[in-house]
Design a protein. Structure first.
Ligand code: ZN
Length: 56
């Protein structure tokens, strides 16, 4: 996975309280890792979980 893409994702998902746009599985996995320790108040994590599970 290239670094430029990861930079874009880091920017796009930097705020825990923002609801993200629909995303692909790779992006969802990235967000799940980045926000893993944030708990149930992290909207980014919950959203990424939903997008990851839809395709599981
Ligand atoms: Zn978070």
């Amino acid at each position: 996975m290239n670094a430029k893409l990861k930079d874009e994702w880091s920017q796009r998902h930097r705020y825990c309280h923002e609801i993200p746009e629909p995303m692909e599985l790779d992006e969802a996995r990235f967000v799940l890792t980045a926000h893993a320790e944030h708990g149930v108040e992290c909207v980014q994590f919950i959203s990424a979980l939903a997008y990851a599970e839809v395709r599981a």
